[in-house]
Each structure stands twice: as structure tokens, then as C-alpha cells.
Design a protein around this ligand. Structure first.
Ligand code: HEM
Length: 219
């Protein structure tokens, strides 16, 4: 089990404890090739589809937790539910979403989420930290993809900029709500475990997508 330090603000702890994973995700070869326009639109569509499948699995679990726990309700906002944006982007990128399946790492992760929801629900707050936190860099990503692939908000980039000019205030409000949550040491560790698992699945997913592309290019 990942043990979180018992003192200090939880959002600050998460930032520090996951900094290396953030660097790995940000500098992943799949991510950097995409930003430089060295992959196809198809590859971007595949990544967006996996993010849609991840959100589609996670969001009903998050909604149920919000419904059942007032502490969760203080943390979770309507704008945290974004699977419709990923779905619209996947469609705009030409993906047949009806036949889409999660890659193995996403499948395993979604099973872990379902178990965590029953046994240690604060894990879900760590998931939300990563998925919401990732919108901070997304404006930069959207700009690069616009340039590299000629995409726009309505042709595949809506999920990259879900909050528009509300980005900063919404992120700060989330951080504040997380800092104010009155958690036990175990619950803090569960949040950190959720954050670590979510960074890891994003990294593993990119590994798997890159492998599929390499195999296609070779064959
Ligand atoms: C090219 C890719 C990426 C870039 C350029 C990038 C850039 C950034 C930037 C500029 C921030 C803002 C920090 C601040 O204002 O305080 C940020 C925060 C964050 N990003 Fe990324 N990011 C990238 C990829 C990702 C990915 C793939 C994830 C995870 C799925 C992620 C998760 C986060 C999280 C959780 C935060 C919040 C950190 C905190 O303040 O606690 N990022 N990122």
C-alpha cells in the first residue's frame, strides 16, 4: 500500500509525490510525437477513444460516490463529468466508437476502480485529481495539436479544453475542496494510491498504443 505523509496539505502532497509520474506522462514518446505532428490523426483518435472508455467506466462510479457521501459531494462538481466531450471528439476523428474496446491496461484499471469504490472510495478522489489536473496542460496540448493536425475545438479538441476561461478558478476550487476534506491517514493514502494508479494507466495505455502502431508500421 502507498503510504502518504500524515502532515501537509493533500493537494501539495499529491503534486510532490506524483511529480516524477507527471514528467513520465508528459514526456512519453507517444505524447511528444503527437505534439510534434509525427503521428497520424488515427493515433490521436485511438488515444481519445481510450480516454473516453476510461471516463465512461469511471464517471458512473464517481456519480454514485457523490450521491452516497456528503464529503464526496463537496469535492465533485458537474463539470468533472466529461465523457461526452471525449466521445464527441472520437466521433469527429472518425472512430467507430460502437466497436471500441479498452486496451488491457485500461481494462485492469477499471476493475481496480470498481473494487476501490467498495473498499476505499477516497481512491476515486486521487483519480479525479489526475484527470482534472491534466486539464491544466491541455490548453498547451490543444494549441500544439491545432498546429500539427489542423484540428479545432469542434473537430476533435473539445476534451483538451473542457473548462475554457474557467480553467484556473475550477482547478483552484478543486484543490481547496481537497485540502479541506477531513481525512484519516488511510484515506489520504488511498487518495495517493488513486493518483498513482491513474498516472500509471495513462502511461501504460500510451505504451500499448505505441506498440500497436509500431506493429502496424512493421506489418
Ligand atoms: C504534453 C503533456 C503535458 C503537459 C505539457 C502538461 C503540463 C502541465 C502544466 C503546465 C500544468 C500546470 C501546473 C500549474 O499550473 O500549477 C500541469 C498540471 C498537471 N498535469 Fe500536466 N501536462 C501534460 C500531460 C499530463 C498528463 C498526461 C497528465 C495525466 C493524465 C497530467 C496531469 C497533471 C496534473 C495532475 C496536474 C496538476 C499538478 C498539481 O498542481 O497538483 N498532465 N500539467
Amino acid at each position: 500500500m502507498t503510504t502518504a505523509p500524515s502532515s501537509g496539505s493533500l493537494p501539495d502532497l499529491l503534486r510532490t509525490a506524483t511529480a516524477d509520474l507527471h514528467t513520465q506522462a508528459e514526456r512519453h514518446p507517444f505524447q511528444s510525437s503527437l505534439l510534434q505532428g509525427r503521428l497520424s490523426r488515427h493515433a490521436f483518435g485511438a488515444q481519445i477513444t481510450q480516454m473516453w472508455l476510461l471516463h465512461r467506466g469511471y464517471e458512473p462510479i464517481l456519480a454514485a460516490w457523490r450521491q452516497s457521501d456528503p464529503a464526496a459531494a463537496r469535492l465533485i462538481a458537474d463539470h468533472h463529468f466529461r465523457q461526452h466531450l471525449y466521445h464527441a471528439d472520437a466521433i469527429a476523428l472518425g472512430v467507430d466508437t460502437a466497436g471500441a474496446l479498452p486496451v488491457p491496461s485500461v481494462q485492469v484499471y477499471l476493475a481496480e476502480l470498481r473494487a476501490a469504490a467498495l473498499n476505499r472510495p477516497w481512491f476515486l478522489a486521487g483519480v479525479l485529481y489526475v484527470l482534472e489536473g491534466s486539464t491544466n496542460g491541455a490548453k498547451f496540448i490543444a494549441k500544439a495539436l491545432e498546429k500539427a493536425y489542423g484540428l479545432t475545438h469542434s473537430t476533435g479538441l473539445s476534451a483538451q479544453d473542457p473548462h475554457g476561461d474557467q480553467q484556473r478558478p475550477r482547478w483552484l476550487a478543486f484543490r481547496e475542496a481537497l485540502a479541506e476534506a477531513d481525512l484519516t491517514q488511510d484515506q489520504r493514502s488511498d487518495v495517493l494510491a488513486g493518483a498513482n494508479a491513474t498516472f500509471s494507466v495513462v502511461i501504460d495505455m500510451m505504451d500499448e498504443l505505441a506498440e500497436v502502431l509500431d506493429r502496424r508500421a512493421a506489418g
